[in-house]
Design a protein around this ligand. Sequence first.
Ligand SMILES: Nc1ncnc2c1ncn2[C@@H]1O[C@H](COP(=O)(O)OP(=O)(O)OP(=O)(O)O)[C@@H](O)[C@H]1O
Ligand SMILES: [Mg+2]
Length: 270
Amino acid sequence: MNNGEVLLNVEKLEVVYHNISTAVQGVSLQVRQHQIVAALGVNGAGKTTTLRAISGFLGTDDAKVTEGKIEFMGNSIQNKPPHAISMKGVLLVPERDKLFENLTVEENLDVCTPLAGTKLSRKDLLERVYTYFPVLGNLKSRLGGYLSGGERQMLAISSAILCGPILLLIDELSLGLAPLVVEELLNLLKVIRDEQDVTILLVEQNAMAALEIAEYGYIMENGRIVFAGDPERLKSHQDIQEFYLGQGDRESRKSYRDVKQYRRSRRWYG
Ligand SMILES: Nc1ncnc2c1ncn2[C@@H]1O[C@H](COP(=O)(O)OP(=O)(O)OP(=O)(O)O)[C@@H](O)[C@H]1O
Ligand SMILES: [Mg+2]
């Protein structure tokens, strides 16, 4: 597949929990080969549910894709089990439970092995992991459960890299991390994308940080996509600046839709 071709195609996706609660409604998004794409939105927007639908990790929560399609490299992957999807090269770095707490850093990495077709050997991938995250080299014998938030995130990303992914899905890289650590990790993701030729779909509440490295962004709200565009367009859009990027009177408005309606009504009543 060539750079720029559609790698992941999600169309009109609907995901329902427990047969009654619709968490994602009509979400369409595309990720192109070698791109970094960000899906942004506040709590409960449906970001994690979308990533779980793509990666197949829905079953444990009694959730189903009830409408729409998910295609990876032109093949349908919706409602397939997680192992079948990860064997195709789609790897999820989840929001929570991202490592084995009772295993050491080295043992956590020992359980990961490259998928069939991965160009680099396990030895070479491991060497790269320790180059990207030298701190992990100094913590080889530390238990996963004792790692800091940033170290956990590094270990989770490293575990995914060791599988030789084609598409990396990362859920809330910035969660609980200091701004400088977030910046460092995001910049490293760009390096990893280039050196490992991996495509990245990043889910983030921290819109500003994610838009620093993403080449395209989707804004989600209440299970829907409410806006999409390249980072410059998103950052310069006044409504988005007000609601997502912390500029303007955020407290007084409940949602991006409210901001839009507020603007329309002002325009209407002049
Ligand atoms: N196991 C579940 N059972 C029922 N509803 C769920 C379940 N998990 C999530 N939901 C609901 O689905 C909706 C979307 O949740 P989701 O976790 O996808 O949002 P999110 O955008 O990832 O939010 P956050 O930024 O807080 O992680 C929410 O209304 C949530 O309450
Ligand atoms: Mg989430």
